[in-house]
Design a protein around this ligand. Structure first.
Ligand code: FRU
Length: 620
């Protein structure tokens, strides 16, 4: 942690008052009663750095400027130990400010450890911090939302808690990029307010100035969530290219007509054939469709989902996109993306989708209700939504975690990583239509060095002692495999400590498997709830028990083919597999205590051939 130059900290305790000052700035603590403390700051610096203890209860911290908009933030202020500090922004132009803290008692450690500072350095020391995947600088992130492309910038907004690395205080965090790979981190764009948390939603570019805030304005639609007001849909607009937003003064723009507790994550898009805007809202176990001409008055049209796909589970984060089937622009279909929690084949949260038609009023699904199609077959792929204003490309960003254990994964002071952005397509297989999700082509620009391993046949074991010299744990493996007579086509990625990820095709069972049982740190996900649920896959209906641990294998159904193409992306804390250009995707977190730099190929039942094998070092 860096403090401002020349900062001198002094601490004095007298009759319940504690003083702390830098050269000109100082703060004084006024303890009022048992659990209310006022921090009076004179000549405020940019921040007060608050010490956090992840295991502590939340205190309520509020910048008190006497305005009705002053909002309490729930912050785990250190009581007995400091895990890290987070910056709490102070107003630039005030001579004095007061920060009000409720619930932290007088003898808590936080009072000694808080400091004034003009700078905050989130020091990226965490060994699991990804090299080329998007992650917040510090704090907690769950899913991406409000994704929009405008003026050659991708805006990635995301569910963000800047005050610690556990879920809470939902803001829309904000990063921008020109190439979907290099992300610049900006201040949160929409901040939790007195109406509630800023839950997920979507953004559009208002090209025709329909909402009246200017042509080309970015409009954000989000759910405001609180115990008091429930979940209500709100609008905000940005006149500075998505950097800051002003909330519409007549919010909310939509409430649940039947007082649903779960009514959230509005997805708004333009429906040209009907000359109108559509909003889809996740309402408990269904998606509700609304339309509007002015983006402010919304009219209910229909619902979809009750009884469809995996049952029973909470629908969240809808998206719907129209795509050509097998590249044929004369034959298009709609894909309705339905994120479900719980419902994942392997426990927790996952992304399913339905293919069908949209007539401007309702979504008509091609398949029977009991058919479930998964966008990804790993356990860490959730709340996938697409960028708006993109033209023909449909690019989505999945959050790479699972609600079962996301609050406990062993990273600090950031927690939450997005998977590689993926480009969606529709393909036909055995008479049915599926979504493919391939890593965006932009990722190829990150290849810094390529090692090519000559073709080889795997009869028993075939070892590769070193994938890359000085391997930092950020690379891509691309392989073309001929199955020949093999029944098991497999390889382990491992390190000198014997931690490994096992990836194999089990062809008699028609499965592609990723096993992370021994991948490194795996024991933080225990003790979560056990549910039993009926799960439908592409071919059959099976009943399984949730496997609530992190230490497990995930698998995808595959066809028996002679040739397979695999692209595998490894980045510090994740492994993502793409089979045959994204026809199957599988994303899983892993926490090896050192990078996997060795490989061992193995076969059973016959030999297989690795026709091409390239290892690409990836960096920004
Ligand atoms: C999805 C979700 C959304 C909600 C948000 C809250 O992961 O549960 O439904 O808007 O996260 O952070």
């Amino acid at each position: 942690m860096k403090l401002c130059k020349g900062a001198v900290l002094a601490l004095a305790v007298s009759y319940g008052l504690i003083y702390c000052h830098t050269n000109k700035s100082k703060f004084m603590l006024e303890q009022k009663g048992d659990s209310l403390t006022l921090i009076h700051i004179t000549n405020p610096t940019n921040y007060i750095l608050l010490p956090i203890e992840e295991a502590a209860e939340e205190s309520r911290v509020r910048l008190d400027i006497g305005d009705a908009a002053d909002t309490d933030m729930d912050i785990r202020l250190a009581q007995t130990k400091v895990d890290y500090w987070v910056p709490f922004v102070l107003p630039a132009d005030a001579k004095t400010v007061t920060v009000r803290v409720q619930k932290s008692l007088g003898d808590a450690l936080c009072w000694k450890e808080m400091k004034l500072s003009d700078t905050f350095d989130p020091s990226h020391t965490d060994k699991f911090r990804p090299v080329y995947h998007h992650a917040p600088l510090y704090g907690w992130m769950n899913n991406a939302n409000g994704l929009v492309y405008e003026d050659e910038e991708y805006h990635l907004y995301y569910q963000y808690n800047p005050y610690g690395s556990k879920w809470g205080n939902m803001h829309w965090g904000h990063s921008i990029s020109k190439d979907l790979m290099h992300w610049e981190h900006l201040a949160p764009a929409i901040v939790r307010d007195t109406l509630g948390h800023i839950f997920a939603g979507s953004s559009i570019v208002d090209q025709e100035n329909v909402a009246g805030y200017g042509t080309g304005t970015i409009l954000a639609f989000y759910t405001s969530a609180s115990d008091k007001n429930g979940q209500i849909q709100c609008l905000a607009y940005s006149n500075d290219n998505g950097r800051t937003f002003t909330k519409y003064d007549k919010n909310p723009i939509l409430r649940s007509s039947d007082r649903r507790k779960d009514f959230r994550d509005p997805k708004v898009f333009w429906y040209a054939p009907g000359n109108k805007w559509i909003m889809i809202v996740a309402a408990d176990k269904e998606m509700r469709f609304y339309d509007s001409e002015d983006l402010k008055d919304w009219n209910y049209m229909s619902s979809f989902g009750e009884g469809y796909g995996v049952q029973p589970c909470q629908f969240e984060c809808p998206d719907m996109v129209e795509l050509p089937v097998d590249g044929d622009t004369e034959h298009k279909k709609w894909a309705l993306i339905v994120n479900v929690n719980p419902g994942c084949y392997f426990g927790g949260s996952a992304t399913q989708y339905f293919i069908g038609d949209f007539d401007g009023t309702r979504f008509i699904c091609d398949s029977k209700p009991d058919v479930t199609k998964w966008l990804d077959w790993g356990k860490d792929h959730y709340a996938t939504v697409s960028f708006s204003n993109m033209g023909r490309r449909v690019i989505v960003v999945p959050w790479m975690s699972n609600w079962q254990y996301c609050n406990n994964v062993p990273t600090k002071p950031f927690r939450g990583v997005n998977a590689l952005p993926r480009e969606l397509g529709l393909y036909t297989q055995s008479g049915d239509i599926y979504l493919s999700a391939a890593p965006v082509a932009e990722v190829k620009n990150l290849r810094k060095e390529t090692k090519e391993i000559p073709a080889f046949t795997v009869a028993n074991d075939y070892h590769i002692e070193s994938l890359l010299p000085d391997n930092e744990g950020a690379y891509e493996l691309s392989l073309d495999i001929t199955a020949e007579k093999a029944e098991i086509i497999g390889f382990s990625l491992f390190n000198d400590k014997g931690e490994k990820v096992d990836i194999y095709f089990n062809l008699p069972e028609r499965k592609l498997v990723m096993d992370r049982t021994k991948s490194g740190i795996v024991d933080f996900g225990k003790n979560s709830v056990t549910h039993e649920i009926e799960v439908h896959d592409r071919r059959k209906t099976t009943s399984i028990n949730y496997i609530d641990d992190f230490a497990l294998a995930t698998w995808a159904p595959v066809r028996k083919e002679n040739k397979y193409r695999l692209d595998i992306f490894v980045d510090k804390c994740s492994v993502e597999i793409f089979l045959n250009e994204g026809k199957i995707a599988m994303s899983n977190l892993v926490f090896p205590t050192e990078p996997y730099n060795r490989m061992c190929f193995y076969s059973k039942g016959g030999t297989f051939k690795v026709d091409t094998f390239k290892v690409h070092r990836l960096s920004l």
